[in-house]
Ligand binder design. Structure first.
Ligand SMILES: C[S@@+](CC[C@H](N)C(=O)[O-])C[C@H]1O[C@@H](n2cnc3c(N)ncnc32)[C@H](O)[C@@H]1O
Length: 277
């Protein structure tokens, strides 16, 4: 199992929010502008960052089901969303939030998405969304997932799918070798079969179009600078672990690569929005 700590998700939240593609976000907002309420399912919700960034695009009344297999992250989502809201009330296991003019009911669901996605999508979702999730899944999962969303006649919005582009500042000759090893690691099985990794966004777009949806995509890279030093350092640490596990790069090269002092990084992502034609 791949663990995602609350610390890592906290560290990346600001960069994720900044990176979101505004054209795609505007298309999402435009699609739902005439509705009063919306039923949303968030796959691999972690601590609820996708809700915090997306709620402002959606109608006044929203019901979100946050789905994750990690109950520690779901508990963290409950407390972070409570703090994020202007007002909150507890209704059994659900939270009732007010944020600006939005009234948001949040339901927390622990589930293994490799098995339970179709049921979750078929349960009345009008928008299925995810953030930094689909690169963990596989081409086969995405194929079946798209069919389930289309069968439910729901819209689909996935942000921050890692797309394989990366550039470090300063550039070092070993960057390409490290990137290739990292890519191999990204495509290892993360619980859904061989991971789509950098191909996730194009797989999503293809599958939704094959099933008759209109699918838009837009770049949403992390543009990290000196002020993002902690995130850059943590990324380098994560790359080192992944590249070591992937093999094919000698230890001396990895150790020298880690020691480079970096002032910036570009990490490519793609956002996808798909709707019934
Ligand atoms: C990179 S994190 C993204 C979290 C959150 N969406 C965000 O943007 O901060 C991926 C999330 O997917 C969840 N996840 C991964 N595989 C899963 C699976 N098979 N079933 C359910 N959740 C899964 C992880 O627990 C984690 O919370």
């Amino acid at each position: 199992m791949n663990d995602f700590s609350t610390e890592w998700l906290d560290l990346r939240e600001a960069a994720d929010t900044r990176a979101r593609n505004s054209d795609i976000a505007n298309a999402v907002a435009a699609r739902f502008t005439l509705r009063d309420e919306l039923n949303v399912v968030d796959l691999g919700s972690g601590t609820g960052a996708n809700l915090r960034a997306t709620a402002q695009l959606l109608p006044q009344r929203q019901v979100w089901t946050l789905v994750d297999r990690d109950t520690t992250l779901l508990d963290a989502a409950r407390s972070k969303l409570t703090r994020w809201s202007d007002r909150h009330a507890i209704d059994g296991d659900a939270l009732e939030l007010e944020k600006g003019s939005r009234k948001i009911r949040v339901i927390f669901k622990s589930a293994e998405l490799a098995r339970e996605t179709a049921d979750l999508v078929g349960g009345g979702a009008q928008l299925v969304t995810a953030s930094a999730f689909f690169d963990l899944t596989s081409e086969a999962y995405i194929r079946e997932f798209a069919k389930a969303v289309v069968a439910a006649n729901a819209a689909f919005y996935a942000t921050l799918n890692y797309n394989g582009l990366q550039k470090w500042t300063p550039h070092r000759p070993a960057d390409n070798q490290i990137a290739a090893a990292f890519q191999r690691h990204q495509m290892r099985d993360k619980g859904f079969g061989a991971a789509a990794g950098p191909l996730a966004a194009s797989n999503l777009v293809d599958q939704f179009r094959i099933n008759g949806y209109v699918a838009l995509e837009g770049e949403s890279p992390w543009l990290l600078e000196r002020a993002d030093r902690m995130l850059i350092d943590e990324l380098v640490r994560g790359y080192t672990v992944a590249v070591t596990e992937a093999g094919g790069v000698d230890e001396k090269t990895i150790l020298a690569w880690v020691k480079v002092s970096r002032s910036g990084a570009f990490i490519g992502h793609t956002d996808v929005f798909a709707t019934p034609a």
